[in-house]
Design a protein around this ligand. Structure first.
Ligand code: PMP
Length: 276
């Protein structure tokens, strides 16, 4: 059963509980995390919480909760939900106060939901997905996982309307990441992914893939590349908590490599599934 949490209370995840003056609602003044639970256990929870606390610190938001508090709340929610394969969404905002750009002196709002896992269309994994290259119109601090996702949403929608699964963003002539995923190329047996600068989200799945590649003896280069490199790659894949690892076989309507999901992508996906 889907379940929610708001500032100390267990709620139904679809209860209308947020006051109008909530700063996440009015300003997007907050940060979030999205974590997958496999077999009752949150995957890479430590890394997700590290990023959650770093994001909060980066926007000068005091969470008023320790890591242990958050771990306890999520464990309790998972238990109450009775779900073993599910999604945890957690969000912290600068609280509830009359609308004013200046920071209020009120406690942060913490909310969470635990819901059944929203499975993606598995034919994408079997046949490969398509991407559309679009300008990266976001701000400079994409490494912070903030609620301000409008440029991501606009790009994703534009890609969708053009028949593509994901928008892959280009800033100053180099590829950054997907609208809600990181991107890897495979070229001559090596993985290439944009470096973890402030212009990309430091994806937890990206981190897992880099680690798996080391384990499998596949070299990884964290290097910038131009959009043309995507079209010339042997294989391309996307990573995120929700989609895990998805092969990309078409970019801007052009076939990548053989036009089929590649062997290295499959090998990495299999190793990833063993970990989860
Ligand atoms: N980049 C962006 C912009 C994202 O929204 C996401 C999904 N949270 C990712 C990358 C992938 O990150 P993760 O593997 O931690 O889900």
């Amino acid at each position: 059963m889907a379940i929610g949490y708001l500032n100390g209370k267990i709620i139904n995840s679809d209860d209308p509980v947020l006051p109008i003056d909530e700063r996440g609602h009015q300003f997007g003044d907050g940060v979030y995390e999205y974590i997958r639970v496999y077999g009752g256990r949150p995957f890479m929870m430590k890394e997700h919480l590290d990023r959650f606390f770093k994001s909060a610190e980066a926007i000068k938001l005091n969470l008023d909760h320790s890591r242990e508090d958050i771990e306890e709340i999520t464990a309790d929610l998972i238990k109450r939900s009775g779900l073993s394969d599910c999604d945890i969404y957690m969000q912290a905002t600068r609280g509830i106060a009359p609308r004013n750009h200046l920071f209020p002196n009120v406690p942060a709002s913490i909310s969470m939901t635990v819901k059944p896992f929203r499975a993606m269309d598995e034919t994408l994994r079997e046949n490969g997905a398509s991407i559309k290259l679009l300008p990266d119109e976001r701000w400079q601090n994409c490494w912070i996982k903030t609620l301000n996702l409008l440029p991501n949403l606009l790009a994703k929608q534009e890609a969708f309307e053009a028949g593509a699964f994901e928008a892959v963003l280009v800033r100053d002539g180099v590829v950054t990441e997907g609208s809600s995923s990181n991107l890897f190329l495979v070229k001559e047996g090596e993985l290439i992914t944009p470096p973890a600068t402030k212009h990309i989200l430091h994806g937890i799945t990206r981190m897992a893939v880099i680690d798996i590649a080391a384990e499998l003896g596949i070299p990884v280069k964290e290097e910038t590349f131009a959009p043309e490199a995507v079209l010339k790659a042997d294989e391309v894949f996307l990573t995120s908590t929700g989609i895990e690892i998805v092969p990309v076989t078409t970019a801007d309507d052009q076939k990548i490599g053989s036009g089929k999901p590649g062997d290295i992508t499959k090998k990495i996906y299999e190793a990833f599934m063993k970990r989860v």
